[in-house]
Design a protein around this ligand. Structure first.
Ligand SMILES: C[S@@+](CC[C@H](N)C(=O)[O-])C[C@H]1O[C@@H](n2cnc3c(N)ncnc32)[C@H](O)[C@@H]1O
Length: 553
């Protein structure tokens, strides 16, 4: 058998095992067996990483995973720091010798929604406090610098480095300490690799097919390289291990910061928040009407405390919490009065459901850039179609407001700008107030605008190298290959173009540690195909919208 395929099969089996071993973690969070299972999983993971790349191996070796590295012991360590999912401030899970979760939340696995995440361990009311992480448990730039004279002395010599880059250096420096780092129990549970845009290879980048996305990827890679070079002198002065000085290590640190830090008012670099960074993402805007939210919240806060498993939150306390949260209308933030990061349920959650957090409003490309994932349906997605220069200049709308929405309809500003552009220049001034208020200017004008949009969408779609159906076929073949890697060559060879390019890229990379790389490359390839599918779907929806519009005019 081809050695390349052999290695991929090995990798794939290891991954299957990982998943199987992961399962019990959900149930055995507080059992000794669970602890052992997770310990085994860590070893398995170590082996995977060891095979996947030299850089990953090194980063992981710094972790020197051992028995005490289980998720169970991490959660006990977190409880010692005062991290808690209990609702009352004077309660401490540490005093009870327990882990920091179990009352409101539990760690679970959600294959389609972010993998490892937090599930409701009981029914949660909207607006309810579900997790509190005290300030001393937050990993901040200042906190790391204050505790290490050598680090802070060295950093002082590089005033031009931004706070975020300094935090990245501090993170790598902390990783270099291995077990002697105070944060070791947290660091060893960080992901070992990421799929943010800056990690995309040439092949993966081209798989986006669309100039905007290709350009965004090139920018992300170039920016990361530049930042790495800028920080290199400091890292060398700190005598980081050679494997921590590499670009891949830098990418790992930047991706950790980009995808996991939370906003804090005193440092623009943000903070890493143990346990709090296990919440997966949901887009804002998918929740019901704001007044409904408040009504629901007030209603749910009147639930009797006795209906809760521990019965230790009074109805008034819960109502207060909910009322406070409804006024804030955010689901997480640092709160000065309790000196802690506080997380609230953004809606009602049934026991076992994944509790999600909104990190902000992002398009799918932005999600890929910052977090390395995208949503199948993202209400905040946008498609910027190329416009004629005159379309920008004939109105005062900002460029960023001129796009197709996720449902294929033009944004308010785009429609208004197109209506003005389709008006005789001499008449634009007189109809401007109508266009800016969103009014239709005339039937002829509307037909011209709709026809232009229709043609534009068709042209863009025709210029793309593949159609939606081909992308779906490709995705299903990749899916098949993931579950049966021995078919990789056969399946991809049967397809043309892109699949063959993937095989060629794999062959180019062929080195003893390549199997992990190939699997991860396939994951990023899938992300790029999913992204371009979303892009094409918006164009197709816009065509339907235009056709309907034409019929109604
Ligand atoms: C703050 S972490 C959340 C916890 C993370 N799943 C973990 O295991 O550590 C953010 C990362 O989780 C993943 N993620 C979060 N929400 C997701 C979602 N809705 N779909 C897919 N991946 C998601 C992405 O990899 C993202 O970079």
């Amino acid at each position: 058998m081809d050695p390349l395929i052999q290695r991929i099969i090995h990798k794939s089996n290891a991954e299957k095992e990982l998943v199987l071993r992961f399962e019990p973690r959900k149930k055995s969070r507080v059992s000794r067996e669970g602890e052992e299972e997770v310990g085994v999983e860590e070893e398995q993971h170590q082996e995977d990483i060891g095979q996947s790349s030299t850089k990953d191996k090194s980063l992981y070796e710094m972790g020197e995973a051992g028995g005490e590295g289980s998720m169970e012991s991490f959660l006990r360590w977190a409880a010692k720091l005062g991290i808690t999912d209990l609702t009352r401030s004077f309660q401490s899970q540490f005093d009870e010798g327990g882990t920091c979760l179990g009352y409101s939340l539990t760690i679970s696995h959600f294959p389609k929604e972010g993998g490892r995440g937090l599930a409701a361990s009981r029914h949660l009311r909207k607006g309810e406090l579900v997790l509190r992480v005290p300030k001393q448990a937050l990993i901040t730039r200042d906190g790391l610098l204050v505790k290490d004279n050598k680090l802070s002395f060295a950093v002082n010599g590089y005033p031009s480095l931004s706070p975020t880059h300094i935090l990245a250096v501090c993170l790598l420096y902390e990783m270099g300490k291995g077990k002697s780092s105070f944060w070791y129990p947290y660091l060893m549970h960080l992901p070992h690799s990421y799929d943010i845009l800056a990690t995309f290879s040439e092949f993966e980048k081209q798989a986006f097919q669309v100039d905007d996305a290709i350009w965004a990827t090139e920018t992300a890679v170039a920016k990361a390289r530049l930042e790495w070079k800028e920080a290199s002198a400091l890292m060398e002065e700190l005598k980081l291990k050679p494997q921590l000085l590499t670009f891949r290590a830098w990418l790992w640190a930047s991706a950790t910061i980009s995808s996991r830090t939370l906003h804090i008012p005193w440092d623009e670099a943000g903070c890493l928040c143990p346990v709090g960074d296990l919440f997966n993402y949901t887009a804002p805007g998918d929740e019901p009407d704001i007044f409904e939210n408040i009504k629901d919240c007030m209603h749910s806060s009147s639930l009797k405390a006795s209906s809760l498993p521990y019965g230790n939150t009074t109805g008034t306390e819960a109502a207060d919490q909910c009322e406070k949260h409804c006024q804030r209308l955010i689901d997480a933030g640092f709160e000065e009065d309790v000196d802690a990061y506080c997380f609230y349920a953004r809606r009602f959650y049934k026991k076992g459901e994944q509790v999600l957090l909104s990190y902000g409003t992002y398009t799918n490309l932005e999600l890929l850039d910052h977090y390395g994932f995208l949503l199948n349906r993202n209400l905040n997605d946008k498609l910027f179609i190329p416009l004629e220069p005159e379309m920008y200049s004939s109105s005062s709308w900002l460029k960023e407001s001129l796009y197709l929405q996720e449902n294929g309809e033009p944004s308010f500003a785009l429609l208004s700008a197109l209506r003005l552009w389709a008006t005789q220049p001499s008449q634009r001034r007189s109809v401007g107030h109508l266009a800016y208020s969103g009014s239709l200017l005339s039937i002829d004008n509307e037909i011209a605008v709709t026809k232009w949009l229709l043609k534009k969408c068709h042209t863009i779609l025709e210029k793309l190298p593949t159609v939606i159906e081909e992308d779906h076929i490709l995705l299903s073949v990749i899916d098949k290959v993931r579950s049966s890697p021995s078919d990789l060559k056969m399946e991809f060879s049967a397809l043309e173009g892109e699949a063959l390019s993937f095989l060629a890229a794999c062959t180019l990379q062929k080195r003893p540690d390549d199997s992990g790389k190939i699997c991860r490359s396939m994951e990023r390839w899938v992300l790029a195909i999913q992204w371009r599918l979303g892009y094409k779907r918006i164009l197709v929806d816009c065509i339907s919208y235009c056709n309907e519009r034409m019929k109604s005019l």
